[in-house]
Design a binder for this molecule. Structure first.
Ligand SMILES: Cc1ncc(C[n+]2csc(CCOP(=O)(O)OP(=O)(O)O)c2C)c(N)n1
Ligand SMILES: [Mg+2]
Length: 803
């Protein structure tokens, strides 16, 4: 047994003892936090608790191998690790439990995530990169099990890019690609597809990723026999083990209570991964859950006495304690004294965290009560207001909800009274809401100066000699300009490398920029996006290509849960400015022509959703996005790559603005709102409508999220007094979203003389072939007749019934 915890340097026995005792102190401190944390939930001070008890010792071993610049992508059991790297104090642990909204007190998420979801700050207060090579980094956790895996792949791949691609400014991000991305996952969560997809991809890519599997045999109440073939994840993944001839993984197995072996294992894992850029898997077995899964239940319900007794004996902290005594590092009495001290300091830390959580709220309550009392004494309904005050005062641990609820209700009692006290309360409520609401709602998007909406349009320019080219050539020329302008930009996806994407928008670029910057990937959409998220979090500018819009579905969960929430869940302390490029809409058949835009729009708030009508617009969006620090999904028109467009002469420079619509045809009678491939049909219908005397105005939305920030659609409706939204999603999908924006955000209803309408596709998936398209999606005739129908309703004499 190697009992030297720090294999890299020679240390004295005294130093060694001190380090071991330090580790024990940390393990017990973390445990004490878990125990007290559970009590705080059960007594009602906190809502929910999920803790790292039973996983302390492997995390301490791991922390010893974790260096500045490294990244973690883990899950809710890792509190001990976070404490060990100096990124989580006792006070901060409890601040998380109480949901303190002050980022200084609760640096993980400013109270937005439940406790146990960890993050470090990659960005300063202005949203600009800090020097990530000088700190220990943790990407922000998410709750969906295995959701941390796709991002882990990208965090690891960034090291490979920084080591091998020349010309990138690595100052804040990497020292020769020596950083490891460390993942953690529970044994049961390895059943998820995302786990297997990531494991395979990391083996293919050969990236410095070390994944620890914390194996406690359970996933909540469900035993390993229902989770994992042979009940053993490292056993079934043996085929990934590298050998002399084939690249793969280095796989370790270690017992989670064996302190010296854990330290040794983590040192060896780090050595291999950091130097050789080889992925490593550490299966940490025989772990326990002393308090069961979470505060929502008790494990006595599903573990038998034998298992419970075993868990007590093999509790990793208890095992370390025994080991310390049997190796004469300390005595039982000394450890008892240490444990007492720890209990006290955790209690004190908890108290301090509670005080800092509750103090501002108590002050806010005091202010509200003062105003309410004044209102009560000046109002005819004073008795009722008094009751509200008494109830509010009686709340022992008030929340902001209690304060606002009482204050807002009080206004109802004085609705027909006029008094300065009423005005004072009204003002206070309005100011309070203005001040407090951002604590819960800010940073859905970047709040930095690099927010995409700060960038203005640069129009494409042409001269007499500008050539007509296929749309895909405009894109290719623009990507070429992007890769030469931004050494940190890279693109990857299925068929994106060697052949230059299925529509040749990247033709020849792999040859020019190398296999790491323009690359083919396996068929694995979720981890293509995850790769992008991880790399973007480390300062690169990835463009993740999903071959068709229909297959975004495979990546939608990770876009929704991870990418869309990065800024929000860290209150602007992390970012992932990833561009997801895809192509979609009208082609042929159920899975090559879908337009599930409504689903996408509803699921990825926090990501810009852009639907350029041609490749020049698309190229302009890429140029805008690369100057910003925000994530976006760009949907190119699948049937537009061979259509002719003029090649601008300011390629790489022109920018399509985000959140700005474009009027592509002016008219007087009705406003037609559409986007993407459907626009060409709408334009055709408008031409034909003119022949019967209907003059339609056409607006290209271009940017679904954000939507028409200047309210230009409203301006058009003020003129035409009629509106129809046309797209190829299903009814109730994106067209309903657009109509909601027009009616509820832009308040256009007051200018409408006809019923606002939507025209969308049939509710089934689009059938194959030209007729399949005609009978599934709005055709030119459908559009013509729908608009004609609106005019018929208005003036049946001028527009007699068609059929
Ligand atoms: C996708 C998803 N499904 C279900 C859950 C609910 N859930 C939370 S933790 C958990 C069990 C995870 O077990 P394991 O991976 O072994 O980790 P452990 O808690 O045992 O450390 C489940 C089912 C979730 N968070 N995400
Ligand atoms: Mg488990």
């Amino acid at each position: 047994m190697n009992i030297n915890p720090n294999a890299k340097t020679e240390i004295t026995f005294e130093d060694f003892k001190a380090e071991v005792l330090n580790d024990y102190e940390l393990a017990v401190t973390s445990r004490e936090c878990s125990l007290l944390g559970r009590r705080e939930v059960l007594t009602g001070k906190a809502k929910f608790g999920i803790f790292g008890d039973g996983k302390e010792i492997p995390q301490i071993a791991w922390a010893k191998a974790f260096e500045n610049g490294d990244f973690r992508s883990g899950y809710y059991r890792d509190q001990t690790f976070m404490m060990a790297i100096g990124e989580l104090t006792i006070e901060q642990f409890f601040a998380g439990l109480y949901a303190n909204t002050d980022i200084k007190e609760e640096p993980m998420s400013a109270g937005r995530q439940m406790g146990g979801h960890f993050a470090t700050h990659s960005l300063d207060d202005n949203g600009h990169w800090k020097d990530l090579t000088q700190q220990k980094n943790s990407s922000a956790d998410i709750s969906p099990t295995a959701g941390q895996m796709p991002r882990l792949l990208g965090l690891a791949q960034a090291s490979k890019i920084y080591r091998q691609v020349k010309g990138i400014d690595t100052t804040n991000f990497s020292k020769d690609g020596n950083e490891i991305a460390w993942g953690t996952i529970g044994n049961a969560s390895t059943s998820e597809g995302l786990f297997f997809e990531t494991i395979n991809a990391a083996g293919v890519l050969q990236v410095p990723m070390v994944i620890s599997i914390w194996d406690d045999e359970y996933g909540i109440s469900v035993h390993a026999k229902h989770q994992t073939t042979k009940e053993n994840i490292s056993e079934i993944l043996k085929g990934f083990q590298r050998n002399k001839n084939e690249k793969g993984y280095e796989i370790f197995r270690v017992d989670g209570w064996n302190y010296p072996e854990l330290i040794d294992t983590y040192q060896r894992a780090a050595q291999i991964s950091r130097k050789e850029h080889v992925p490593v898997m550490i299966h940490v077995q025989q772990l326990t859950q002393p308090q069961g899964h979470s505060t929502s239940g008790s494990h006595e319900r599903y573990k038998d006495n034998e298992r419970l007794a075993w868990e007590e004996e093999y509790d990793c902290n208890a095992q370390l304690r025994n080991w310390i005594i049997s190796n004469n590092i300390s005595t039982d009495d000394e450890l008892i004294a240490l444990e007492r001290r720890i209990k006290k300091s955790v209690r004190e830390g908890k108290k301090a965290a509670w005080t800092s959580f509750i103090s501002p709220i108590l002050t806010e309550r005091k202010n509200a009560i003062h105003l309410l009392e004044q209102l009560a004494s000046s109002s005819h309904n004073g008795v009722f207001i008094k009751k509200l005050i008494n109830d509010l005062v009686a709340v022992e641990e008030p929340l902001r909800r209690d304060i606002l609820s009482a204050s807002r209700k009080a206004l109802r009692y004085v609705v027909s009274e006029d008094s300065s006290e009423k005005v004072a309360l009204q003002n206070w409520i309005n100011n309070y809401l203005n001040e407090i609401q951002p604590k819960y709602s800010s940073h859905l998007h970047s709040a930095s100066d690099l927010n995409a909406l700060n960038l203005s349009e640069v129009v494409p320019t042409y001269d007499a000699g500008s050539k007509d080219v296929d749309g895909r050539v405009v894109l290719r020329e623009n990507f070429d300009a992007i890769f030469s302008k931004y050494p940190e930009a890279l693109i990857f996806g299925e068929d994106a490398g060697y052949i230059g994407d299925v529509n040749q928008g990247l033709e020849g670029l792999q040859e020019k920029y190398g296999k790491l910057r323009v690359s083919d990937t396996g068929i694995r959409e979720a981890t293509i996006v995850g790769q992008g998220i991880g790399m973007a979090m480390r300062g690169l500018r990835p463009i993740a290509e999903i071959q068709y819009l229909d297959y975004v579905m495979y990546a939608l969960q990770i876009m929704s849960d991870d990418l869309a929430t990065v800024q929000y869940r860290t209150k602007g302390r992390q970012k992932a400015p990833l561009i997801v490029r895809t192509r979609g809409h009208r082609l042929e058949g159920i899975w090559h022509s879908g337009s599930q835009m409504g689903g996408i729009l509803n699921l990825i708030r926090g990501i810009h959703v852009l639907v350029p009508r041609d490749m020049t617009k698309a190229a302009g969006f890429y140029n805008t996005l690369l100057e910003s620090d925000e994530p976006a999904l760009v949907v190119e028109c699948l049937n537009g790559y061979r259509l002719k467009e003029k090649l601008p002469n300011n390629i790489g420079e022109f920018k399509t603005p985000i959140g700005v619509v474009e009027t592509i045809r002016e008219g007087e009678d009705i406003t037609l709102v559409s986007y993407g491939s459907t626009l060409r049909l709408v334009e055709q219908a408008a031409k034909e409508l003119l022949e019967v005397g209907i003059d339609a105005e056409i607006i290209d939305v271009q940017s679904l999220l954000p939507f028409d920030l200047n309210h230009d659609i409203l301006k058009s409706i003020v003129k035409t007094n009629r509106v129809m939204v046309i797209d190829e999603d299903i009814e109730g999908g994106a067209s309903a979203y657009i109509l909601n924006e027009i009616l509820n955000t832009q308040n256009a209803f007051q200018y409408l003389d006809s019923q606002p309408k939507t025209l969308a596709a049939k509710p089934h998936r689009p059938a194959y072939g030209t007729d399949g398209d005609y009978f599934s999606k709005p055709s030119v005739e459908d559009i013509f007749e729908a608009i004609y129908g609106v005019m018929h309703e208005l003036s049946p004499m001028d527009f007699p019934k068609l059929r």
